[in-house]
Design a binder for this molecule. Structure first.
Ligand SMILES: [Ca+2]
Ligand SMILES: [Ca+2]
Length: 277
């Protein structure tokens, strides 16, 4: 090889190296995308497996037939006491970034699992379906059903009280993105769908065929002690706007595997909200 050719060869080698780096970079991008696809595929595969087993009797149905079928499926559950709810929430709502903490529903704050209780600054057990709506209290039953119980800051839990859900109001102190007025509460965007799916789970789970009231959503606020929760049209909108994420799906799985052995169908199949209501 002549001297004159060497620079050209170096250029060629450099070009090859650059191309190799570029190829690696280009290859890296689809790798990330394929991981996401793999995760979504795993979730789809898991749901398909549930459709063949857990949800077998409900597949292909709509309306009241679907609701009735889902009720028969999810009413088979293990029930836990109100004291055991503390233990359950420490598992179901664990902070994915810190296993010593739970995430509070409305504030979104990560707080030590052991900082639970009734004092200001602690977390306690929020009944998303307010226990006064049907007056089921804290006895083992709807009042201890972990599918609608979440860790929440004591003060913010008190501000939500037993209000129905609707859009609007003024900002909730200590809970950015949440709004409230005299008769309703609007949770932050990231949990709007979670709230909707919890309320609608309760409506399907409790149909009045046991010792508990038949819980149902309606279009009202100020439902008081009647076994109803509003507003259905807003909850349906929230279910669309905030689809189930990994945290909510894991929570459903932990309840199924470790505590109640029943599932929230609307986390597995959010489209069933529209199929029923
Ligand atoms: Ca969400
Ligand atoms: Ca019901």
């Amino acid at each position: 090889m002549s001297r004159r050719q060497r620079p050209a060869r170096r250029t060629l080698l450099a070009l090859c190296a650059a191309t190799a780096v570029l190829a690696t970079t280009v290859a890296a991008a689809p790798a990330v995308a394929s991981q996401e696809t793999a995760s979504a595929t795993a979730s789809t595969t898991a749901t398909a497996a549930l459709d063949d087993t857990y949800y077998q009797g409900a597949i292909g149905k709509t309306g009241t037939a679907l609701k009735s079928s889902l009720h028969s499926i999810i009413k088979n559950q293990t029930k836990i006491t109100y004291a055991q709810v503390w233990t359950a929430l420490k598992a179901t709502d664990q902070d994915p970034a810190n296993s010593s903490n739970v995430i509070e529903l409305y504030t979104g704050r990560s707080i030590s699992k052991s900082n639970n209780g009734g004092n200001s600054g602690q977390w306690n057990r929020e009944h998303v379906w307010a226990k006064s709506h049907g007056d089921f209290g804290e006895a083992t039953g709807p009042g201890t059903d972990v599918h609608h119980l979440r860790p929440e800051d004591v003060s913010v839990n008190s501000i939500r009280g037993n209000k129905d859900f609707d859009n609007g109001g003024s900002a909730v102190s200590g809970a950015p993105g949440n709004y409230t007025d005299s008769d309703s509460f609007e949770p932050r965007d990231a949990v709007k769908g979670d709230v909707a799916r919890m309320i609608l789970y309760m409506a399907v789970r409790y149909e009045g065929d046991d010792s508990w009231p038949d819980l149902e959503p309606n279009e009202r606020v100020n439902n008081g002690s009647s076994p109803a929760m509003g507003k259905l049209s807003v909850l349906k909108q929230w279910n669309d706007e905030d689809p189930p994420d990994a945290f909510e799906q894991r929570r459903n799985q932990v309840i199924y595997d470790q505590f109640q052995h029943n599932r929230n169908p609307f986390i597995d199949h959010p489209e069933w909200v529209e199929a029923i209501w």
